[in-house]
Design a protein around this ligand. Sequence first.
Ligand code: NOJ
Length: 989
Amino acid sequence: MRWVGIASLVLASLAPGVFAVKSQDFKTCSQSGFCRRGRALSERAAEAKGAWVSPYSLDSSSLSISPNDASFTAAVKSSLYPDIKFGLELRIHDDGVVRVRMDEVDGLRKRYDEAASWALIREPEVSKDIKWSAGKKDVKAKYGENEVVVSYAPLKVTLLRNGKEQIVLNGEGLLHMEHFRGKEEPKAQEEEVVADSEGQQQEVLQPEPEVNPRAWFEGETEDAYWDEKFNTWTDTKPKGPESLSLDITFPNHAHVYGIPQHATRLSLPTTSGPDPTYTEPFRLHNADVFEYLADSTMSLYGSIPLMHAHSADSTVAIFNAVGSETWIDISHPVPGKSTKTHWISESGILDVFLLPGPTPSDVFAQYARLTGTTALPAHWSLGYHQCRWNYVSSEDVRSVQKRFDEEDIPVDVFWLDIEYAEEHKYFIWDKRSFPDPVEMTNDVAATGRKMVVIIDPHLKRTSSYPVYQEASEKDLLVKNKDGNEYEGWCWTGSSSWLDCFNPAVVDWWVEKFKLEPSKNGFSWVESTKDVHIWNDMNEPAIFNGPEISMHKDSIHHGGWEHRDVHNINGMLFHNLTSLAVLRRTDPPQRPFVLTRSFYAGSQRFGAMWTGDNLGTWDHMAVGIKMVLANSIAGMAFAGSDVGGFFGNPEPEMLVRWYQVGIFSPFFRAHAHIDTKRREPYLLDEPYKSIVKDTLRLRYKMLPVWYTAFRETSVTGKPVVRPHYVEFPKDINGFELDDQFFVGSSGLLVKPVTEKGATEASVYLPAEDQVYYDYFSHSTYLSSGTGKRIILPAALDQIPLLLRGSSILPTRERPRRSSPLMAKDPFTLTVALGRGGDAKGELYLDDGTGYQHESGEWVWREFVASTEGKKKNAKVRIENKNLGKTRAGEAVDPTRVTDVSTETYDSNNAFAKSIEEVRVEKVLVLGLGSKPLSVKVEIPGEGEKELVWEWKEGVAAGDKKIKDGAVVSELVVKDPRVGITKEWAIVVQL
Ligand code: NOJ
């Protein structure tokens, strides 16, 4: 039990190299009945080779094609169980996504069918234009380049593009929906005993074994149908077997990505077939895995059943809307060409969405239309978060803040872990150490900073805790299998859990966060609007429960077993809390709520982090891959604990970890209670100054991060992007997961995650483009086939490139927190591309409220273009108004008000509030020769000469740029132009 195991945890955290996951606490596939059954099915299929035929078929006589839209229903039968009825439904959405649903009809019980309703933002519109047509062997629909073919016997669903198979369901015949059945009592064994002449027992004749006609498919035994033991727990399984097996094949895609969260490479390695990388399938079963491995298919805290399949031809994806524990095997039938996946879930209906792509951007938009986009975060939450378990008192918080300020190190948020709460009764301050929580928060807020305080979902079972008392009286808690309040152990000791599936919890939980006294019980009056929330342990983590979680036979609202909803549970708590924080203020302020557990759709409610990582180089490295995997699965606001949760990182490691952290969408340092203090100001030189500069770099780049977040909030494209997303045709980049791009900014970073490194190898994309070292401005030329370059990477150097053709807006003045930068001037770095062109964007709004949704924003586009020949060329750098949502962006309709293109007014109140904000410097990299003049043109004001400096060097367009060559630089000093205004800087060569 973790509760009593803290002492051993201390030892582990202090002694490097002795970290070890307690794998005995978690099941392997062979210890899980339904996974065992699913894998055995696939082994039988493999042994049968070509003779294997799926027993499931569509009854064409039952086919009912809707006359109004692109949907049909049909009956499905299994030849194994002719009396059991299944219903199939296919729908093609407006955007070409195909939804495949199958359920048992008139079964003994109802299968859980609500997973999609939690994940989806709304019921998608079914296309009215696309039509199904039924033939003798199949029913088909063709639209654009896509075609969906549903074959009757055996049942198979294929999505094709230009005649080429993209996604195939049940092509391998592994579909199996175990139907509900009554429990048969085992037959008494009849034995015939024959006695010899002396009356001695001689021979025992066994009756002829019955031939089981289903054994070829289901196996001989009823393996763990009605109960299952694991360690000291018995799962009672009153509903019997109800698992779901499905093969999903990508015949023309050699790479699959996604299904977070696992600590593995981004391009998912194999788990079956010849020489698999792992022998265990990937598992999706939200779990608090203590000291998790840096390379494993084991489950972690969150589960998103979304998988991308990628080739140079196309990107497609599947979203399997299932909320129960799921195992996924991956193999490559034809290595380098195809991928086969086998999904085995414990319960629920089949509800699979096929996303046709064909580009990564299309897939992101399709997934965003289903599950929503990352909510645009409060601007301050992109700053640096300082956390540890624990800042132990109000005075501690104040003195940490003071130290940051004395050292001029920027920070936006101070965090409080569980020790702020009396006996871990969340909301209730421990007044011995936090006598003045409101004053403490106000002191932090005085510099524009915020606090984040932890609220976990376990409630201490004591009458002295009003939150528990109320929840119990109102019947808002999860029940055990016998119908009583579920009880388990967590930080609070004996605890119960809020049942977030109960709609009555919503208003009640919202009330708990109200800052004013409430007539309806407890409300958090000892808090302020500057306190935001951290939801931890919401898998849920239960120290004395099976696999450190909740018993699967416990009961949620509506009578559903925990097994049906396990992976969704954490998202609902996060959702509720984010709603509660939003409703605390009027007009509403954007809530910040961090979650550890998550599911498809969690991106709508806030940020996530990768949990209790270890202070090792391996964990630092895999954290990047995990953030990328979460990002492509919608969770764009992701990060890992900087410094590693367990252990005491040496200064070199801590420095490198900050360099990783500043390139994470969510950037927080955190540490276990038994670690030494490691706030950046405690470091010796030169480490302290390096970390300070690193933090300042994050702050300088906040405009880039905010613009990238704005893009993800409307398009679903992630904030940090792996290579295949930006260069989908560059086959040499499909495995890359240690370098990535920041939004559409042109920044390409490869954080160093190796001890003692002095240089780093970076892959340049397959394109004819120049890349600039962000710091030295040295140039590197990529080519049509892609290539590797070596960048210097001493401890104070981050391998960071800016792609030619980019314009980067930054704010270079060091400040103590991000709100203090709101009126700071901008620097524009114009990185000319090979043709003398460049582009960049800047999005700004008030950063905290929702007025941007009624058009109060600033969205600028910077464009550089070159006219004329080399010597006489003229380079124009323009600041243009973008202002409106681009057509085709998947604006999230769950927002408070929709972003309207109609209401946008470039003179809106926010734009006016920053009209004095100017550009203080323009740096132009890669001009062909020294300018004759540099002028600014302002509409209505005419032309003015500007002050500038020139440094000779190579031009972006040079054919023979040598890697590492010094680039030409033009520095235009204080052009006296506004960031919100139209102007052009004209450089005459
Ligand atoms: C587990 C979380 O993962 C960790 O970040 C936190 O410090 C502890 N719980 C204590 O709340």
